[in-house]
Design a protein around this ligand. Sequence first.
Ligand code: MLT
Length: 435
Amino acid sequence: ATDLKSLLAEKIQEQQVYVKSFREQYGSKVIGEITVDQVYGGMRGIRGLVTETSYLHPEDGIKFRDFTIPQIKKLLPKSPGGNEPLPEGLFWLLLTGEVPSAEEVRSVSKMWAEKAEIPPHVVTMLNNFPAHLHPMSQFTAAIMACNTESKFAKAYADGVSKNMYWEYTFDDVMNLIAKLPPIAATIYKNLYRNGSPISAVDLEKDWSSNFTSMLGYDNPDFTELMRLYISIHSDHEGGNVSAHTVHLVASALSDPYISFAAGINGLAGPLHGLGSQEVLEWLTELHNDLSSDATEAQLKDFVWQTLKSGQVVPGFGHDVLRRTDPRYTALREFALKHLPDDPMFNLANNLYRIVPQSILALGKIKNPWPTVDGLSGVLLRYYGMKEIHYYTVLIGVSRALGTMASLVWDRALGLPIERPKSMTTDGLMKLVGAV
Ligand code: MLT
């Protein structure tokens, strides 16, 4: 088995040379034009970031390094007797570009289990939060407070050389990821289980299995769902709000803890990660109004009412994707296998046939297809996790894998502070000759 950090050191050396020679030859090549609408329009479609860990293809969906979701499901190591990829393996892949062996994955599980303990001041802080503080706010606050542990911040203050930055960043990243399940589980237990303590970490178990035990769940199928859920939510190239925020904040050489917390605050927005809670709210309303054996005509009518009142149908439509999100497909396959008769799943499945046509009929929207949020809550609810305000925390735990792997690469490639140019409307008008 290979040691992750040594393998990474090799990969970094290779990539540094590769990028350097590419930039020497093609550094001044023009790769695009920018319209005024793009400047006002959330920079949609502007190629302005380098992210090595994953790429979002509009038709094929996310590729983790070179691999699609069906490929990672097939190739990455599973737990003994399990069918779903272990997120530790996905992290290895995102970081190094290589598919790890089962033994290599076990070494990551062990490392994360060993580093799982949360600093006492963070436990005290979490235990003192009021019950009406949203779980996402508790989550980011706890992550930030863990920066007492930052090796990067200390090394920087000690004046360590720039080419060593990635090593301290890597150490912080491993420590941070290890602590996310106990932080997230403490929040869950405090809010929804009367503050009962989380179970102790088991050094022999994988990361997701420890996580579900800490949350107080013992159904092995729920742990399998968590492995899949965490794997598929881990990364969505670099331009989404959470990944971009982590990159931006870290570009100021902020340490990994505070950079990640910044990104997670973006994930807490309803147009980003909070979407998964909104879908279940909408589905529950639909279910209460119509019951699960609603006819196709009744469903169509409900969807029309939603659309006509100017609301969006939550869980459908993505800014970049132009087909059904393969993350949705992966969850649908899981549901067809494990909960084919669940009324909420059947409802979501029927909507999958109806909603896209209704949205297309409006003629305004390019992508009416379902996103991962369209199903994730349905599955969590089936296994007894009905606390919808908590759902985004699970995405947050998962998003650490991609954003933190990317951050190690930002440091390895010496990417500078991000500082795009902004314009005033008058300035833009002058630029295009409008005045
Ligand atoms: C994500 O997973 O980050 C979302 O699908 C949003 C995005 O890609 O912009």
